[in-house]
Design a protein around this ligand. Structure first.
Ligand code: SF4
Ligand code: SF4
Length: 250
């Protein structure tokens, strides 16, 4: 008999439990001036949300915010083609139409994913490194709220129980990050599930070393105030608050 999968009702319950602000700064105001006034993670040119089909079923039953993502170039076609049979790529109507309660698990977690060590232990959170030069949060991890970390950890503990494939995906992703970062001689920053910041040094067998967010690198336009101002000017953006009705930082 086929094993029951994670359901739309499971996602409804996860949404209730996992709703904390990532930070008490509207980080969308930091990255949007570099992206035509739109938060980077809310535009599919930058980040394509991937959801479980059961999650999409729930969202469609609650709102008309989401629709199926249509790939428009070779790179996005490849992303969609490589998705597992239980997953689908989706797109929302945009930041101006954001509905806080109908954000996907991907929206709520971005830019973080659960970091699993070599033995498969869920240690804490690290980030999707493809976004290092675009997401302001990655260069400012000191602003991440403890309540957010606790809720994200609890949500993924549940997801891993309900969906063992997701556990394997995150385990593989963590192993891939260790390989990539070791090759590039970069530390992996980790926000520990029990509190505190840690780093994993390259070629150190995945060992966690306690540190502070000051030990983490800053990237691209977020390296310094001067670099940021220069990048915003080059992008033709405006510094300061960005008008975008209804947007809530994920
Ligand atoms: S999470 Fe990152 S990419 Fe998304 S709005 Fe905040 S700073 Fe921008
Ligand atoms: S946070 Fe809101 S605007 Fe951004 S992708 Fe998610 S639903 Fe869309």
């Amino acid at each position: 008999m086929k094993k029951p999968r994670i359901s739309a009702q499971d996602f409804a319950s996860l949404y209730k439990q996992y709703n904390a602000n990532l930070a008490f700064v509207d980080c969308g105001r930091k990255c949007a001036p570099l992206n035509n006034g739109q938060p980077i993670c809310c535009t599919t040119e930058n980040a394509i949300p991937v959801v479980d089909k059961a999650e999409f079923e729930l969202l469609k039953s609650r709102s008309d915010l989401w629709f199926k993502y249509k790939p428009n170039d070779a790179a996005s076609r490849k992303i969609v083609k490589e998705l597992t049979s239980n997953a689908c790529a989706v797109e929302c109507k945009g930041a101006a139409f954001c509905e806080r309660d109908n954000r996907t698990i991907a929206c709520r977690s971005f830019p973080f994913y659960p970091y699993l060590d070599k033995a498969g232990k869920f240690v804490g959170l690290t980030y999707y490194w493809d976004f290092e030069d675009r997401c302001w949060i990655i260069s400012n991890m000191q602003v991440v709220e403890r309540k957010f970390v606790e809720e994200m950890v609890a949500a993924f503990e549940r997801i891993f129980k309900l969906d063992p494939d997701e556990y394997e995906t995150m385990k593989d992703h963590s192993a891939n990050m260790r390989r990539v970062f070791s090759r590039q001689k970069k530390i992996i920053p980790v926000i520990h599930r029990d509190g505190g910041y840690f780093k994993i040094k390259p070629n150190d067998g995945g060992k966690l070393t306690v540190c502070t967010p000051d030990d983490f690198k800053k990237f691209g336009p977020y390296k310094s105030e001067a670099a940021y101002i220069k990048a915003v000017k080059a992008a033709g953006g405006t510094l300061g608050p960005v008008p975008k009705g209804g947007y809530l930082a994920p």
